[in-house]
Ligand binder design. Structure first.
Ligand code: SAM
Length: 204
């Protein structure tokens, strides 16, 4: 946690949430020994578990309050999902890859971290049946801001999403300040796997 603080993570609730979730439980056995390095690692299906700094950074930007309704796009290993559940019980998470979805649903149930609504499908179009959200956090790199995600924000809600090319993206936070007013802020550069689906890079 000291390294995270040194790199600008100062939200005590976010630091406590990361400290409370043992990251090795979200790793494939072959990589478990590396769980406490600040790096991304493969989780199968060509996807990765984000590095702790990235999880902390996105979570801090989202500014989650305990009553907030939050959507995570890209469940992956379930690690970010377990961190977000420490901050609000009102969480939905959607994963595009059916194999990862099934594996992670089982893992979260075994860990007793099954408070989130887990969904399998294209999160680039959001989750209209559960909208509006106070926070939407996207954990894959998008070519642009998905219009459906903006529409599914409550006024006052925040969308945190990496936007850019296929290889590097800039972290963007969009706050819906009024029904038609969206304020965009830009932060550091990151490297994410590509967002798929209708508002992503590829449809498969
Ligand atoms: N949050 C994850 C974790 O803690 O392990 C990291 C996820 S990984 C960097 C990005 C995930 O987004 C992958 O599992 C990928 O399959 C998923 N993904 C990509 N496009 C998606 C989409 N359109 N809808 C939902 N999930 C998507």
């Amino acid at each position: 946690m000291r390294e995270l603080r040194q790199r600008g993570i100062h939200d005590e609730r976010v630091l406590a949430a990361l400290a409370a979730v043992p990251r090795h439980l979200f790793f494939e056995p072959a990589f478990e020994a590396h769980a406490y390095q600040d790096k991304a690692f493969p989780i199968g299906e060509g996807q990765t578990i984000s590095q702790p700094y990235t999880v902390a950074y996105q979570t801090q930007l989202l500014g989650v309050q305990p009553t907030d309704r939050v959507l995570e796009v890209g469940t992956g290993s379930g690690y970010q999902c377990a961190v977000l559940l420490r901050l609000t019980p009102h969480l939905d998470s959607i994963e595009f890859n059916e194999i990862l979805f099934a594996r992670t649903r089982q893992r979260l149930a075994l860990l007793g971290a099954n408070g989130a609504g887990l969904h399998c499908g294209d999160g680039s179009v959001g989750l209209p049946e559960r909208a509006p959200f106070d926070g939407i956090l996207v954990t894959a790199g998008a070519p642009g801001l998905p219009p459906a995600l903006l529409r599914q924000l409550r006024v006052g809600g925040r969308l945190v999403i990496p936007v850019g090319g296929n290889h590097t993206q800039r972290m963007v936070r969009v706050t819906r300040e009024g029904p038609e007013t969206f304020v965009r802020e830009e932060f550091e550069e990151f490297r994410f796997v590509p967002l798929r689906g209708a508002s992503g890079w590829q449809t498969k």
